[in-house]
Structure formats: structure tokens, C-alpha cells
Design a protein around this ligand. Structure first.
Ligand code: ADP
Ligand code: MG
Length: 278
């Protein structure tokens, strides 16, 4: 048979790689592929080997959680690694945020609780995501209230150069914790900070830290000061603000853990009062 690409033969044997590009990230191109035997669609993430360090990919194969895009198979060619994962056909949370502007507290709380559940699982397995942002949060289907899934987890752990994540042209580094920018630490609390930034932006549609250029943005993050501007925040609950303060605590040790954040009233109460699940 003739292949118009250099995909590994093993991969081609099991999956038909379509021309449909699902997305591009900082390192990967993601295409849709179809399992030949079952007809089931998956996402195929292709990463150039020159961008990868070590081989911790096998660890990633063991990760199974409702809120995490899981890996089904792994192939390699001389130059690239091909990762077959669940297909999340509902698109990026980023896109929904752009089209909606912002979310209600209840919807935001429901979204953030799903992110936290996935991150708590990763943290319990010694995996720090390191690049949590709305572009890496995907809806499983295009239905309303679809399951939210984290992609890209742990891959930054195996990527050669952390600085690439910060300086890459794709997206702003507005979600990165100050201790990461200062190269002082890349632990679990860095993910919590990112979830704090995500919660903030979901509620009001703008980011807590900003700058006219990258240098100003970095300076703003390192300062770590943000405000709940009355104009946008006056109708938002104190509980939401307290929750964000807990995630954006300046000292990494003082930030809530994922498990603690899941117990916060803003998460717990909004879930129990959830009219979608009476
Ligand atoms: P990178 O590590 O390069 O950032 P990602 O895993 O974030 O790569 O993938 C890049 C983009 O591809 C995502 O932002 C998303 O739009 C799309 N994508 C990634 N994984 C999937 C998936 N499982 N299903 C559907 N689209 C995906
Ligand atoms: Mg990504």
C-alpha cells in the first residue's frame, strides 16, 4: 500500500490517519485518526523527537481518569513520537470562553471542579502538569455540559526545555506561576496557581496579570498582585474571591492543594446546589 506520509507502519496498520487537524500546540500537531478494527475515532498527537527528553511516555500510558485525555497507544518513527489518545471532539475551553465572554459562577465552579479532580489525580501520581491553561482543557463532546478533560499533562515533564513553554509563540504565559518564571520551583503548587488564573478568567473574561509586552507581563506575575475590580466583580460572591485568593497565594506552600480546593465551599456548595444534577 502507498502512504503519502512517513507515519510508522505499525500505526498505519492499526489506525487510518485522516487529514483532519484537530489542533496545534507548542510542540505537537494533533490529527484525527480512526481505529481500523472498531471504526472508533481518536486523536493522534505527533511530537518531534528532537523536542523530547528521556522516555517517561510509558508512565503516561498508565494515567486513566475521567477528566484526563488518556493515552491508548504509542508509536515512533526515527524522528517523531505518535501518541493515540481519546478524541475530545467538543473543542477547547478557550474557544467557549471566547464565544461566551465569561461563565456564571455555577458553570465556572463546575468546570473548575473537573479540572481540580483531574489535577488531584495527577498530583497523587507525582505528575505535575506545568502548562494548565484553557487551550489544554478540552470538552469530550460538543453537547452542553460535556465532560471537561485535561490534555498535554505531564508532557512538559519530558520536554527538553522548560523555557520553551514560557517563550513559545503559541499563547501568552499568563498562566504560569511566579516561582516558575523565577526558576525557583516547578512543583504541584504551580498547577494550583494556574487553576487560580483560569478560575479568574472564567468568571470575568480577562486575566489577573497582564502587560503590554512579555517583559511587563512577567513583572506583573512576579509581583503577584491582582485586584477584584468592582466594575467586574461586584456581583461575584465573596466565596469565589476567597477561593481564588487561596489558589493565587503568593507563597507556594500557602496555596491550597488540589484536594483542599475541592473541599472549598465555592466548589462544594455550587455542586450540591447544581440544578443540572438535582
Ligand atoms: P502541545 O503539547 O503542543 O500544546 P496539545 O496536546 O495541547 O499539544 O494539543 C494541541 C491542540 O490540539 C489542543 O489545544 C487541542 O486544540 C488539540 N487537541 C489536543 N488533543 C486533542 C484531543 N485528544 N482531541 C481533540 N483535540 C485535541
Ligand atoms: Mg497544549
Amino acid at each position: 500500500t502507498h502512504h503519502d506520509t512517513d507515519h510508522p507502519p505499525d500505526l498505519e496498520r492499526h489506525y487510518k490517519v485522516t487529514k483532519k487537524i484537530l489542533g496545534k500546540g507548542s510542540f505537537a500537531v494533533v490529527k484525527e485518526c480512526i481505529h481500523r478494527h472498531t471504526g472508533q475515532s481518536y486523536a493522534l498527537k505527533i511530537i518531534q523527537k528532537k523536542d523530547i527528553e528521556g522516555n517517561e511516555l510509558d508512565i503516561l500510558k498508565q494515567v486513566r481518569h475521567r477528566h484526563i485525555v488518556s493515552m491508548h497507544a504509542l508509536y515512533e518513527s526515527d524522528t517523531a513520537v505518535y501518541i493515540v489518545t481519546d478524541l475530545a471532539s467538543g473543542g477547547e475551553l478557550f474557544q467557549q470562553l471566547l464565544s461566551k465572554g465569561f461563565f456564571t459562577e455555577k458553570d465556572a465552579s463546575h468546570l473548575v471542579s473537573q479540572i481540580l479532580e483531574g489535577v488531584a489525580y495527577l498530583h497523587n501520581h507525582d505528575i505535575v502538569h506545568r502548562d494548565l491553561k484553557p487551550e489544554n482543557l478540552l470538552f469530550q463532546t460538543s453537547e452542553e455540559n460535556a465532560n471537561l478533560m485535561i490534555t498535554d499533562f505531564g508532557l512538559s515533564k519530558i520536554l527538553k526545555n522548560h523555557d520553551d513553554i514560557l517563550t513559545t509563540s503559541c499563547g501568552t504565559p499568563g498562566y504560569v506561576a511566579h516561582e516558575v518564571l523565577e526558576q525557583k520551583g516547578y512543583g504541584r503548587p504551580a498547577d494550583i496557581w494556574s487553576i487560580g488564573v483560569i478560575t479568574f478568567i472564567l468568571l470575568v473574561g480577562y486575566t489577573p496579570f497582564y502587560g503590554a509586552d512579555q517583559a511587563e507581563l512577567f513583572a506583573c506575575i512576579i509581583k503577584g498582585e491582582y485586584t477584584f475590580d468592582e466594575e467586574y466583580w461586584k456581583d461575584i460572591s465573596d466565596s469565589a474571591k476567597d477561593f481564588i485568593d487561596g489558589l493565587l497565594a503568593y507563597q507556594p506552600q500557602q496555596r491550597l492543594t488540589a484536594e483542599q480546593a475541592l473541599q472549598h465551599p465555592w466548589i462544594v456548595n455550587s455542586l450540591t446546589n447544581d440544578s443540572r444534577n438535582p
